[in-house]
Write a protein that binds this ligand. Sequence first.
Ligand SMILES: NC(=O)c1ccc[n+]([C@@H]2O[C@H](COP(=O)([O-])OP(=O)(O)OC[C@H]3O[C@@H](n4cnc5c(N)ncnc54)[C@H](O)[C@@H]3O)[C@@H](O)[C@H]2O)c1
Length: 253
Amino acid sequence: MARVANKVALITGGASGLGKATAELLAAEGAKVVVADRNLDGARKVAEAIGRNAIAVNLDVTNEQQWIAALDVTETAFGKLNVMVHSAGVGVLKNIEDISVEEWHFVHNVNLHGPFLGIKHGLPRMKKHAPGSIIIISSVSGIIAGHNMSAYNTSKAGARMLAKTTALHCAKRKYDIRCNSVHPTFIDTPMVQSMIYAGGDPADRRAKLEAQVPLGRLGEPIDVANCILYLASDESKFVTGTEFVLDGGITAQ
Ligand SMILES: NC(=O)c1ccc[n+]([C@@H]2O[C@H](COP(=O)([O-])OP(=O)(O)OC[C@H]3O[C@@H](n4cnc5c(N)ncnc54)[C@H](O)[C@@H]3O)[C@@H](O)[C@H]2O)c1
């Protein structure tokens, strides 16, 4: 039996990296998936490769009207929404003195305001077809800080709390909708590749990232997608308001 059979999942940031791996895995396990991204061409490529159980939608997660339209398209195409995965995210590697006000707002808009808009407008629709599951990809940076990750740290810490308050809201009202956050460290996606190729010898830069991880390697997108599959499925029906840390041991130190 497929692990998310008969479920409809919308994945933001589905054109790349963790969102793409999640869309592919949920579809392979029986879900119908909506690959949502501001990069529509990329989302279309992912959806076409999956086949008839996937569609692509244009969604800038900071845009409230685009959220409403994407949710409408989801219900029109597949009749309901059961799972939302918030993977769209951006990073600006700047400390608290150097970051501009525009950069600060940009990071918070995508990483925190985006999931807020999705939950605000998605929850009323998910309630009609419970059980449901919301998964926010935060980061290990939502738990531990870095000197040059000011807005990324605070936006991801906010996303962690957004998951918890959503979980408690839904539990109190007996919606049977769960909400959890996922906290990866460096995973080998285009986001981390852009850090590796930002200057200097890429092999050295990769080795420096790997050296920060007790397991001694970067994670793979499937490592995160497997955790999200569990949270999306009814196997995790007693799991809500918690955080899954996928960090190769970093926070154990
Ligand atoms: N890769 C890692 O090491 C890592 C670690 C911890 C957390 N994360 C988080 O995981 C999530 C996915 O990261 P990734 O590594 O797959 O990155 P990625 O850059 O490969 O993919 C991010 C996707 O989000 C989309 N996106 C960005 N802004 C958007 C917006 N406003 N609206 C809609 N789509 C938007 C991009 O077009 C892209 O397709 C992010 O939230 C990131 O912060 C990543």
